[in-house]
Structures are given as structure tokens and as C-alpha cells.
Ligand binder design. Structure first.
Ligand code: PLP
Length: 396
């Protein structure tokens, strides 16, 4: 009989020739466990997903309860089911009043696809504006508005009416015009290596969109759900988008995404044309129950209030390490720059051997990525940072 590792290699599609390849049997809190007593501290939350850690008992209970009641009963949008309804009520209660209508989908890329279509129908324009360095997903539409040329080249032609501007360049915003349907932007660019824009940039972007009637789509698929210390990062920049995209940590480990706007904006999918965007599994009741429980856990454990102090502690503990060129951080969302990509690879692989999971950024490989669960303990932080500092010393 083949081992799980052999089946993984032979029968599962691979995304890289060098997957991390560690075997996971169970996960709890900030820790992942292998079948032979291996133990890993997860400093990347499964890439922005496990903001409440792994296997939270209240999350599991909510999932079990929903499984007992019912699983999928009908495609999105036909039946009244308490899971999606209660989740929508909860989500909009966290948001400004213009963001009052949720469309649930299954992933981040799908949320972006829906948002782009929504903006095109509302404005009856086709041009999309996006930013260099942005990442919005791997489907055709999401890839079209993503910046990484190496990833895109092989799939052309993509959407042809996309204009790219430099992130954080206020002087380029005049290129957003009356022809622009939507501007799509990560509030904080993630894959580009946690690039935090100036306050003035997002405010000017918001103003320009309003001036020319383009819809502003904020991608908070990675920066949202408490990662930056507020429910969504845009709250820290004094702006409100026309359409907000969320996914990843929303489901606490189950697949769900959403794009959220004003009900009037969303109305085009109902009437212009009817069935303007449809999905079978969007709003899956089990995923919605998980998302609802995730929000309640973040609330009841006051996790948002702890994010800044934990982030600052990590920054302080790591700042003693030589070789670090720059630390960029908002809350518990970190990019740590080294001179070279090779240094980051050595650190990540060395740490993995010590049982610590970290990563780099696909579009910024000389940056070391950490984004731990928001409920990581101070003890775990100190333990992790000590290992990281020692691993960095080995570069000397
Ligand atoms: N947008 C951002 C900012 C992301 O980080 C990602 C995934 O990493 C996506 C969109 C795509 O999400 P998904 O992988 O769920 O399609």
C-alpha cells in the first residue's frame, strides 16, 4: 500500500517542484502535529487562514451542530437558511452602513470575480484599474488584475481592458477616469511583501473614484478578519470601499469568501440580468456556521485588542537580529526583508527542521513572512522569536 506521502507525490497535482511536504495528522491552537510525533509551530496560519488558531473547540462545535441540522440543500440564493442569513447579519454589523449586503462565494478569487462583474454591470463600463504588486487570485479575472507578470504571461489573453498604476503613487490617480468601472486594490499589499500605503494615498484614491463614478473594490482577503488589529484594515485609513472582498480567515479553516456592497449596487445581479452571478456552493451552511463562530470567537476572546501588543513584541524580539534589512508590519501581518532570496530560503528551511513554519512571499522572495494565529500566546511568541534569531545567526 502506498504511503500518504507517495500518493501526494503521484496522484495529487503539484503547484511547485519543491512542496514543503510535511505530513499533518492533527492541529490544535498554534500547533500542527505529524504522524510520528513531529510538532510544528504555525507562524503563517496556513497563509492567512487560521486567525483563531487550529481546531478551536467552539468552531468545531458550531460546525458539528450545523452538520447535524443539514448540509447543502440548494444552490445559492433560493432557500432561506439560518447559516448564511445569520452570518450576513453578523458581518454587516461589523461594517459601515454602506456595506450592508453580502454575496457569499467559496474563495478569495471568486469574491474578486464577483466584485469585478458587479462593478462592470453597475457602471456599464469595462475598464478596470489595478496596481503593480497586487495579488487577487489565480482565476482568469483575478489574474488579469494581479501584478505578477511572470504568472500572467503564460495565460494571455486575459481581460484586455486593465490599466496598471503604481501602488501608493497619488500622482497617477488621474489615470482613473470616467471610463473606469472599478479600481481594485489590496488595502495593504500582501504578496508584494506587506506594503502599507500612505494614509493620503487611499484617501485620494477614494476621492478620485467618487469623482469619476468608478467603484472602489478593496481586497481584504488577507489583511482582514483582525490580521491588522481591526476587523478590516480599511478602518485604519479613514475610507469605505464600494465593494469589500473577504475570504481566507473568514471561515476559520473552511472555504468561504464574500463580496459585500450596498444593497442597491448588488441589485444588478437580481435584475440586470436576472441570475447575473450564480454559484452552487456559495453560502454553504457549514462554512457559514464556521464563519459565524469565527467572528464570535474573535469577539468573545477580545483578540483584536491583543493584536498590536503581540505584533510589537515580535518586532522588538526580532529587531536584535543582524542581517534584517527592514521590518514592515501592521498588527500581526509581517514582512521581514533580507538582502537576498537565498538568505530567506535558508532561514525558512532551517526553521522548518526545528519545527517552526514560516514562509516567503511569492512576489517578494527576499522577504520573510510571518502572520501567526491572532491567539498565539506570549510564550509561543518568545519561543518562536528565539528560534528565528538563532537561525538568522547561522547565516554569519
Ligand atoms: N486576494 C489576496 C490579497 C490574497 O492574498 C489571495 C490569496 O492568497 C487571494 C486574493 C485569492 O484567494 P484564494 O486563494 O482564496 O482564491
Amino acid at each position: 500500500m502506498k504511503t500518504a506521502a507517495e500518493i501526494f507525490r503521484d496522484h495529487l497535482a503539484q503547484t511547485t517542484p519543491f512542496p514543503m511536504g510535511i505530513e499533518i495528522e492533527r492541529a490544535e491552537g498554534s500547533w500542527l502535529y505529524g504522524p510520528n510525533g513531529e510538532k510544528y509551530l504555525d507562524l503563517i496560519s496556513g497563509v492567512g487562514v487560521s486567525n483563531i488558531g487550529h481546531g478551536h473547540p467552539k468552531l468545531k462545535e458550531a460546525i458539528h451542530q450545523q452538520v447535524e441540522s443539514h448540509l447543502h440543500t440548494m444552490v445559492y440564493g433560493e432557500y432561506v437558511q439560518s447559516g448564511p442569513s445569520r452570518l450576513a447579519e453578523k458581518l454587516v454589523s461589523l461594517l459601515p452602513e454602506q456595506l450592508n449586503c453580502c454575496y457569499f462565494v467559496n474563495s478569495g478569487a471568486e469574491a474578486i470575480e464577483g466584485a469585478l462583474k458587479l462593478a462592470k454591470r453597475n457602471t456599464e463600463r469595462s475598464e478596470l484599474v489595478a496596481f503593480r504588486g497586487g495579488y487577487h487570485g489565480s482565476t482568469h479575472g483575478a489574474l488579469s488584475v494581479s501584478g505578477n507578470e511572470t504568472k500572467k504571461r503564460a495565460y494571455r489573453p486575459l481581460l484586455n481592458d486593465v490599466r496598471f498604476l503604481n501602488f501608493n503613487a497619488v500622482n497617477e490617480l488621474s489615470q482613473i477616469t470616467h471610463k473606469t468601472a472599478a479600481v481594485v486594490v489590496e488595502t495593504i499589499q500582501g504578496d508584494a511583501g506587506v506594503r502599507i500605503p500612505d494614509l493620503g494615498f487611499l484617501k485620494a484614491l477614494r476621492a478620485r473614484c467618487t469623482e469619476v463614478g468608478a467603484l472602489l473594490i478593496l481586497d481584504e482577503i488577507q489583511s482582514g478578519m483582525g490580521r491588522c488589529g481591526t476587523w478590516f484594515a480599511f478602518e485604519q485609513f479613514g475610507i469605505v470601499p464600494d465593494i469589500l472582498c473577504t475570504a481566507k480567515a473568514l471561515g476559520g479553516g473552511l472555504p468561504i469568501g464574500a463580496f459585500i456592497s450596498d444593497r442597491e449596487i448588488m441589485q444588478v445581479f437580481t435584475e440586470k440580468p436576472m441570475l447575473g452571478h450564480i454559484t452552487t456552493f456559495g453560502g454553504n451552511p457549514v462554512c457559514c456556521a464556521a464563519a459565524h463562530a469565527t467572528i464570535e470567537i474573535i469577539e468573545s476572546e477580545n483578540l483584536l485588542e491583543t493584536v498590536e501588543a503581540k505584533g510589537a513584541l515580535i518586532e522588538e524580539l526580532l529587531s536584535q537580529a543582524k542581517r534584517i534589512v527592514e521590518i514592515r508590519r501592521r498588527g500581526l501581518y509581517f514582512a521581514i526583508d533580507f538582502e537576498t532570496e537565498e538568505e530567506v530560503q535558508k532561514i525558512v528551511l532551517g526553521l522548518l527542521e526545528q519545527g517552526l513554519i514560516s514562509f516567503w512571499f511569492l512576489s517578494c522572495p527576499h522577504s520573510f513572512r510571518i502572520a501567526p494565529p491572532l491567539n498565539i500566546s506570549e510564550e509561543e511568541i518568545r519561543f518562536a522569536c528565539q528560534l528565528i534569531v538563532e537561525e538568522i545567526k547561522k547565516l554569519d
